[in-house]
Design a protein around this ligand. Structure first.
Ligand SMILES: [Zn+2]
Length: 260
C-alpha cells in the first residue's frame, strides 16, 4: 500500500536527490519535509503532494514566512500542505499575553493570506480531502506537541486534543511524533506524545508525517502505518537531512504499488 521510494540516510555531505525512481502511475507520490527553520537551501524531489510538518521558521518573523511562501510557490507539486510547529509562534495567539494578541492575530492573518495567495493549504486541527485524481485521501493536520523545549501549541494537557482527528484519516500530519516512534531526543528520552500514539493505533492512518525531534529523523514502517520523521534540520539547525518521498497506492483500480 505504501512504498518508501526515497530516503537517503542524511549526512552533512550527502544531500542529493538524484536516486529517486520514476513514479508508478497507480500511486500518488507524497514528499515529506519538516523543521526547515527558515532554510530553503535543500533539494526537494518532485511529487504530487508536498507536506511540511511544522517549524517553518526559527524566529517566527515575517521575513521567514515570506521567504518560505515565495519558495513554496516555485515548487512543482500539485498540492502543498503545511502545518505550524512550536517555533512558529505567531500562528498561536494563545501563546502570547492577552495585550499582545490583537497584533499577533494580524500577523497570523497576514501569513494565512500569503499562504492562500501562493497556493499553500494550511491545516490547524483541520482536514483537507485530496481530489479523486490523487486518490481522494483525507489529510488531517495539527500543530500540537507535548511540552519539550518550549514554544507555541504546547498545551499542558494533550489528553483530549487528538479526539478531533477524523476516524477515516488516511494521512496524518502532526508536528510532534507519537511516543516511541522516531522520537528519541539527544538526551535519550522519548519526546513524542503518548496520547497521539494511542489515537494512531485506533485510527490506523496509512501515513503519519511529523518532525519536531530533529535528531530522530527517519522512517519507521509497521503493518498498518508508515511513520516519517521528516526533519530537514539536524540538531544544530543545519538543513542537511533529505526529504522523504513515499508512493501511496490509489484506492480505485489496480492498487498494486510496484515501487520499492
Ligand atoms: Zn524544529
Amino acid at each position: 500500500m505504501v512504498a518508501l521510494v526515497y530516503n537517503t540516510r542524511g549526512t552533512e555531505k550527502d544531500n542529493i536527490d538524484s536516486s529517486i525512481p520514476p513514479q508508478d502511475p497507480h500511486c500518488i507520490r507524497i514528499v515529506c519535509i519538516s523543521d526547515t527553520h527558515g532554510s530553503i537551501r535543500f533539494n526537494v524531489p518532485d511529487g504530487d503532494i508536498l507536506v511540511h510538518a511544522g517549524d517553518i521558521t526559527k524566529n517566527s518573523n515575517m521575513k521567514e514566512f515570506t521567504t518560505f511562501a515565495n519558495w513554496m510557490e516555485t515548487l512543482p507539486h500539485k498540492i502543498k500542505i503545511v502545518i505550524a510547529g512550536n517555533h512558529d509562534l505567531v500562528m498561536d495567539t494563545e501563546y502570547f499575553f492577552p495585550s499582545q494578541r490583537t497584533s499577533v492575530l494580524q500577523e497570523k492573518e497576514h501569513v494565512l493570506r500569503m499562504f492562500k495567495e501562493k497556493g499553500i493549504i494550511y491545516l490547524e486541527n483541520t482536514s483537507f480531502r485530496l481530489p479523486p485524481s490523487l486518490g481522494g485521501f483525507l489529510v488531517y493536520g495539527s500543530p500540537y506537541s507535548p511540552v519539550h523545549i518550549g514554544g507555541a501549541f504546547m498545551p499542558e494537557d494533550l489528553s483530549d486534543v487528538w479526539s478531533s482527528i477524523p476516524s477515516d484519516t488516511d494521512i496524518l500530519v502532526t508536528h510532534t511524533p507519537p511516543h516511541g516512534i522516531q522520537d528519541t531526543a539527544r538526551n535519550g528520552k522519548h519526546a513524542g506524545c503518548k496520547y497521539l500514539l494511542k489515537a494512531i493505533k485506533e485510527i490506523k492512518p496509512k501515513v503519519c508525517i511529523f518532525g519536531h525531534i530533529h535528531e530522530a529523523f527517519g522512517v519507521h514502517e509497521e503493518e498498518d502505518t508508515v511513520y516519517v520523521n521528516a526533519c530537514i534540520s539536524n540538531y544544530r539547525y543545519r538543513a542537511v537531512q533529505p526529504a522523504v518521498a513515499l508512493d501511496l497506492s490509489k484506492p480505485i483500480g489496480d492498487d498494486s504499488c510496484s515501487q520499492q
